[in-house]
Design a protein around this ligand. Structure first.
Ligand code: ZN
Length: 380
């Protein structure tokens, strides 16, 4: 893996560093990195890894670019809206550095394909935003003995670490079990400061490069915590957990499992139908048409209500429901709605627990209503 004259010029600021030099740059050129998820974390990850001269970059994503992504997913541009994220990222990365090889995996990472895909790379950088994929990436990396450079973001806070390295812990050592579904909202429910995944993604990119160069002090056995509002970094020491089901002394997980079920995703759907009443958008539309007497409660934020709303709905944001119970009639059918159905489920559960008898959650929220019933509504 010798460097061409073109590459010697391109990477000259690396070559000036004795910790990198020609040897290090050749290591980077020989390296292959898989980035799972080309979103908020994946954007800075792939851009900096490409610019740094990583020889082979693999991109896993099956999603398309949406206007709401652009606030933080900076590898994509406005003209990419509607295009596959992998394609959009591919073109941007080729523009940043035409010297590198880019492999696109235009599919979700699953128990069926994860071993096959990941085994062809030296290191995995995890830019996923859901627990199913995060546990899948972790277990696959442990089984294959590949370092897993982890990052995650939530509102104003982020975490990063390096898992799956001999002698160090894995993600399951830290979190043996996933949180209850719905207990941790995703970025589209909780919001995220746009620059935050930039900071965490670049920490991941830094760790990837340090691992390849074998220089410095990697985040192995260290969980880095970042709070953007306080502008403070903290660190927790992590040890391998001897009881870890995938990397501990008595392993119970020796092959990939069903991560949807493990994370309660498929179970959740079954349980939801039993424990809480639900209506779909067609049913809601019929009730509205028939002028049925019911109370439609919108628990989104005021700015979302301004963007698009169903006129009959009464707005009480989720955080204010508790203090406004007197505004909700006890003797009527109540249908709770939000953007996608997550916050409204919480509110519906809360109302049921507070003694309201006839409460229903609108599946899919106003987004599904806009897609299936009223296309004039603004989608966001
Ligand atoms: Zn472990």
């Amino acid at each position: 893996m010798h460097l061409s004259n073109e590459e010697l010029k391109r990477y000259s600021r690396h070559l000036l560093l004795s910790e990198v030099g020609i040897d290090g740059q050749e290591k980077l050129k020989s390296a292959s990195i898989l980035v799972v998820g080309i979103g908020g974390l994946g954007s800075p990850l792939v851009m900096y890894l490409a610019a740094s001269g990583i020889g082979k970059l693999g991109l896993v994503d099956f999603d398309t670019v949406d206007v709401t992504n652009l606030q933080r997913q900076i590898v994509h541009g406005t003209s990419d809206i509607g295009r596959p994220k992998n394609q959009s990222a591919f073109e941007r990365l080729k523009e940043i550095n035409p010297e590198i090889k880019i492999e696109l995996h235009n599919q979700a990472l699953t128990s069926e394909n994860a071993l096959q895909i990941i085994e062809n790379y030296d290191i995995v950088a995890d830019g996923t935003d859901n627990f199913q994929t995060r546990y899948l990436v972790n277990d696959t990396c442990v089984l294959l003995g590949k370092p897993n450079v982890y990052g995650s973001v939530y509102r104003f806070e982020g975490q990063a670490s390096v898992f799956g390295v001999e002698g160090g812990p894995c993600y399951r050592c830290l979190y043996p079990n996933p949180p209850e579904p719905d207990s941790v909202p995703s970025c589209d429910q909780a919001g995220v400061l746009g620059v935050l995944p930039g900071t965490i993604g670049m920490i991941q990119a830094t760790e990837v490069i340090k691992l390849i160069l074998d220089k410095g002090n990697p985040l192995i056995g260290r969980l880095l915590l970042y709070n953007a509002l306080d502008m403070r970094f903290n660190e927790i020491k992590l040890k391998p957990n001897p009881n870890c089901p995938v990397c501990g002394e008595h392993r119970t997980i020796t092959e990939l499992i069903d991560y949807e079920e493990f994370c309660g995703v498929s179970k959740k759907q079954g349980a939801k139908q039993n424990s809480l009443g639900e209506v779909d958008v067609t049913k809601l539309s019929n009730l509205l048409k028939m002028d049925e007497d019911f109370f439609l409660l919108d628990v989104r934020e005021p700015f979302e209500h301004d963007l698009s709303n169903i006129p009959q709905a009464v707005l009480i944001p989720l955080g204010q429901v508790k203090d406004n119970l007197s505004k909700i009639p006890k003797d009527k059918k109540i249908i709770v709605m939000c953007h996608h159905g997550g916050r409204s489920k919480k509110a519906a559960d809360f109302l049921t627990a507070s003694g309201f008898q006839d409460v229903y959650n609108l599946i899919g929220g106003i987004d599904q209503y806009a897609r299936e019933i009223d296309e004039t509504l603004e989608r966001y």
